[in-house]
Design a protein around this ligand. Structure first.
Ligand SMILES: Nc1ncnc2c1ncn2[C@@H]1O[C@H](COP(=O)(O)OP(=O)(O)OP(=O)(O)O)[C@@H](O)[C@H]1O
Ligand SMILES: [Mg+2]
Length: 232
C-alpha cells in the first residue's frame, strides 16, 4: 500500500438478535484503506454491506473489533467526539438520497458547513462551486421534490463532498436510478472524489462500477474477499 492507511478495520464482528436467535452478519472483517484510494464493495442483498458502512461511519457500534480512522479508534471516542469526527471527516451518500425536504438544495448542500461553523459568505461560495461541479448551478433555490431522482442524488453527492471529508462512504448511490442516470451520477462521484483526492468506499451491485475502483471486495458469509484473489 503506497499511502498510509486512513481507515483500519480489525476483526469486526456483529450479529443481530431475532427472536431468541443470534444471526451473525459480520464475522471477522479486516480491511485497510489508504488515503486517496477507491474501494468497491459488492455482495448480495442482506450480506451486511450497509451494516458495515454504518459502522465505518460510527453510526452503529459493532459487538467486537476495532475501527480506526485517522489514527483514532472511533469507538473509544465519546459520543460527541465521534459525532464531530463524522461531521468533519466523513461524507455519506445514501441510497435514498436523504435530502431534507423543507430546505432548498443550496441549504441542503451547505448544511455540513453550517454544522461545522462556517460563515455564510464561505458557505455560499463553496455551495456555488459544488453545485456547478454537479451540473446544478442553476437550481440553487429549488426544493428536493422539484428535482428528478438523478438530480437529487447529485445534490446528495455535493452535500457529501462539500466539507472536504477525508472519507466518502457511498451506499449504493445509484440503486434507485435508471442505468443511464446511475452511470452519469457515478461518473460525477468517482470523478470528483479522484479530482479532490478523497478516499471513497462505494457499495454497488454493478460490476461495471466496481471495475472503476482501485480494489474490489465482496462481502460474503460475513467476511470480505478481495476480487482477483483466490477465495478459500
Ligand atoms: N436492526 C436490525 N435488526 C435485525 N436485523 C437486521 C438489522 N439491520 C439489518 N439486519 C439484517 O442484517 C442483514 C444485513 O443487512 P444490510 O442492510 O447490512 O444488508 P445489505 O448488504 O446492505 O443489503 P442490500 O443490498 O439489500 O442493501 C439483513 O439480513 C438484515 O435483515
Ligand atoms: Mg444495503
Amino acid at each position: 500500500m503506497q499511502n498510509k492507511p486512513l481507515l483500519v478495520v480489525e476483526d469486526l464482528y456483529h450479529s443481530y438478535q431475532e427472536g431468541g436467535d443470534s444471526r451473525p452478519i459480520l464475522n471477522g472483517i479486516n480491511l485497510q484503506v489508504a488515503e486517496h484510494e477507491c474501494i468497491a464493495l459488492l455482495g448480495r442483498s442482506g450480506s451486511g454491506k450497509s451494516t458495515l458502512l454504518n459502522m465505518l461511519a460510527g453510526i452503529d457500534t459493532p459487538q467486537d473489533g476495532r475501527i480506526t480512522i485517522m489514527g483514532q479508534n472511533i469507538h473509544e471516542l465519546s459520543e460527541l467526539d465521534r459525532t464531530l469526527l463524522r461531521r468533519r471527516h466523513i461524507g455519506f451518500v445514501y441510497q435514498f438520497f436523504n435530502l431534507i425536504p423543507t430546505l432548498t438544495i443550496a441549504e441542503n448542500v451547505g448544511l455540513p458547513l453550517e454544522l461545522n461553523g462556517y460563515n455564510e459568505r464561505d458557505i455560499r461560495k463553496l455551495v456555488g462551486l459544488l453545485l456547478s461541479d454537479v451540473g446544478l448551478g442553476d437550481r440553487w433555490n429549488a426544493y428536493p421534490d422539484q428535482l428528478s431522482g438523478g438530480e437529487q442524488q447529485r445534490i446528495a453527492i455535493a452535500r457529501a463532498l462539500i466539507h472536504n471529508p477525508s472519507i466518502i462512504l457511498a451506499d449504493e448511490p445509484t440503486g434507485n436510478l435508471d442505468a443511464e442516470t446511475g452511470e452519469h451520477t457515478l461518473r460525477i462521484l468517482l470523478g470528483l472524489s479522484r479530482q479532490l483526492k478523497r478516499t471513497l468506499i462505494i457499495v454497488t451491485h454493478s460490476f461495471e462500477v466496481a471495475e472503476k475502483a482501485d480494489r474490489i471486495f465482496t462481502l460474503n458469509d460475513g467476511v470480505l474477499n478481495r476480487e482477483g484473489e483466490p477465495h478459500w
